[in-house]
Design a binder for this molecule. Sequence first.
Ligand SMILES: [Zn+2]
Length: 251
Amino acid sequence: MKLEKMSYAQAAEAFKNDPVVIIPVGSLEQHGPQCALGTDFLVPQYMADKLSAVDNVIVAPTVNYGVCDYHMSFPGTVSIGVEGLSLLLGKIVEGLMSHGARRFLVLNGHGGNTPAIDSAALKAYKAGGILAELDWWVVVGQLDKRYAGGHGDKIETEAMLAVDESAVHLELAMDMDAKKLTDEIYPVHIQSLRFKGADLRIARDTKETAPHGWFGPWDPRDAKKEEGEAMMELCVSYAEAFIEEFRKVEL
Ligand SMILES: [Zn+2]
C-alpha cells in the first residue's frame, strides 16, 4: 500500500496492524555525464513500488533530496546537507510514529545519507521503534560480486536502465580519467584514497578525483538493461525476505 493513495480512514486501519513502513530516500546529484541526476531516489522508489504489494507494508512518499555537498560543482546537484536530511527524516519518522508506526525500513540510494538516517534511527529507537537502512548497491554487491560498483559507473547505470531507460544517456558517457593526489596517493573511491596498501579519507569536491563525476571499477558504456533487471530483482527479493524477519523483532 502507498500512503499517498490512502485516505486517513484507511491509514487508521493500516497503522493498527504493526506494519513495516518503507521510506525510500535518495539524493538529487550528478551521476556522470550519462546517468540521471535522480538515480539515487529513482532506484529506491522503483524497489519500494515493487514492495508496496507485500502484505502489511506501507510505502511512504520518497525523500528525493539528500546529502551530497561534494557533488555541488556539477550542474543540477542540490544538497540539503546532513542537518537538512536529519531534520526532515526525523520529522517524517516522528509523524508516522504518532499514528502508530514503529517499524521502518529506509531504502537508501546514497551513501552520504547514512549519518542522517542513523540520527532518524536513533530517534525511532528512543521512542520505542526500530529503523533499518538498506543500501541497495551494498546489498547487490555483497550478494553477487559482479554487482559491486562505484558511483555512476556501470552498476548504477544498469540499475537506471531497468528503472527508466529514458533517464540514461549512454552516448554522453566519458572515460573516468581519475586523478591521483600524488604519485603514491591514489583514489579507490571518490573520497577514499590509498597510500601504501591502506586507505584514508579526504573529503573534497568530486571533480578533484573524478573530473567527469563517475568513479568505479566498471565502464558505464558496458551497461546492460538485463543486468539491471536481474540486480533489481535480487535486491527486491532480499528486501522482501528481510521484511518478514524484521517483523519478528520484539519492540
Ligand atoms: Zn548514486
